[in-house]
Design a protein around this ligand. Sequence first.
Ligand SMILES: C[S@@+](CC[C@H](N)C(=O)[O-])C[C@H]1O[C@@H](n2cnc3c(N)ncnc32)[C@H](O)[C@@H]1O
Length: 277
Amino acid sequence: MMAHHPSSSFPEYFRKLSTAYSRQTGDSTFNLIYSFLQHLPADVTLNEQSIIHDNAAGPGTATIAAMSILKQEPAKIVVTDCTPGMIDNIQSKIDQEQWRNITASVMDSHELALPDNTFTLTICNISTSTFKDPLKCMQETLRTLRPGGVCINSQWKRFTVKDIIQKAQTSIRPDSRLFNMPRAEFLDDGVLRDMMLEAGFDKADQYVETTIITDEAIEGLREFMCGNFTTSARSGWTEEEVAKWPAAIDAAIEEEKANYDGIKMEAWMVVARKADC
Ligand SMILES: C[S@@+](CC[C@H](N)C(=O)[O-])C[C@H]1O[C@@H](n2cnc3c(N)ncnc32)[C@H](O)[C@@H]1O
């Protein structure tokens, strides 16, 4: 079914990325959710009783963050993603750790095969802009949350990978069609929060989380930016221009490091609550 109606805008992209995901993201998505879960707003509960959905989970990024904090399994975590390679990844971790309350399945966030009013907490970490229909996915999330349940939905605020790639493009070919992320409107203040309200959530508060990527993690991000995932940024270029790419990426990374001692990434963290009754 996925081959005919891919639910992600980039099924092939995520299939290829699944094996090297945490390295090539510089662990940025993990750092953001791990940090946010450690200082949750007072009205959000993450504890042993939590019944959690890690929605469009990638390789279970938020699940691993939650487990690092809880140090024991909560009542339940359901991990879903539409990319089988991502689910294989977290399933190996579940098997290795012998987790009993955590399950992983390939599932489309537009049509969750999950019952109504089930979860106390859904986490959708840095995935919304990759959905074909983000509003529909959040309506599904709302349906599956318990009354009073919470969805933490995060999206890039400063997606520095895009900025570095654009700088490298412009330095080699100032006329380049600039590389962009899908649904870049989510970078803007309030767009994600407003969509949660439009989806039917009762309340939605917006926070900002920051991570600075350093050392070896920068190498992972560099591999991503220099590799095949970004070939569209160099489309139509001569061999000579393409050969300049790694040095141009390095120069843009150095500029970022000079300003922030690393690569600074920021995310909007929206905490949306389903009405209580
Ligand atoms: C940028 S990654 C984020 C993954 C993870 N939440 C994290 O924090 O690292 C986006 C993920 O969304 C998944 N995805 C995209 N569209 C989807 C859909 N319609 N249903 C389920 N998963 C989807 C992709 O397969 C990919 O794993």
